[in-house]
Ligand binder design. Structure first.
Ligand SMILES: [Zn+2]
Length: 183
């Protein structure tokens, strides 16, 4: 079976800066991370969509929400406590899984210093979402998927292998921006 992967990024971020733009973040995400996931994967790339978009993801895809700041957390909007992330300003993103309607991965635009950190954080949170593994940080030789992942510029082979395996897992994916607590 030819496995194709699209990492959907809902763009709810703040304004571009000199060092942080959507264009550069997408380029780095595609070139440094996704295009290197080719072991058993026919293609992998990101698709950036606006906040009002309703997507039709395929079974091997992933979805990440790029949001302005943790104060506008979508994970919190679906009823999951994010106080631990609010208190830790070194957390550039967060993922919660196991909720009705699917897990939510979010990246905080304001906490990312530059486009590289945006790309790394999106890759990192998508890995949590697809693997449903909160302990991936501790695996040997993890770089971008380690707990301080955004401090690395490039992934390790182990990061890519972990993500490739995660792509092949089928999970429930969000199709739009969650706007309220799902009963
Ligand atoms: Zn993590």
């Amino acid at each position: 079976m030819a496995i194709q992967h699209i990492l959907w990024v809902f763009d709810l971020a703040g304004q571009n800066t000199d060092y942080k733009t959507r264009t550069e973040s997408k380029k780095r995400l595609d070139l440094l991370f996704l295009s290197n996931c080719n072991n058993g994967i026919e293609s992998a790339r990101s698709e950036w969509v606006g906040s009002a978009t309703i997507i039709a993801p395929h079974e091997f895809d992933a979805v990440v929400f790029l949001i302005p700041n943790v104060g506008q957390s979508l994970i919190n909007k679906v009823g999951v406590d994010v106080s631990v992330v609010k208190a830790d300003i070194t957390a550039l993103g967060y993922t919660a899984t196991g909720m009705p309607g699917g897990g939510v991965s979010e990246v905080y635009w304001d906490r990312c210093l530059n486009s590289q950190e945006v790309a790394s954080s999106i890759f990192h949170e998508a890995a949590h979402l697809k693997s449903e593994n909160g302990k991936m940080h501790d695996k040997p030789r993890m770089r971008v998927l380690s707990v301080k992942g955004a401090t690395y510029d490039y992934p390790s082979w182990e990061d890519l292998e972990f993500y490739e395996a995660a792509i092949k897992r089928r999970i429930t994916l969000r199709t739009k921006v969650p706007s309220q607590i799902i009963p």
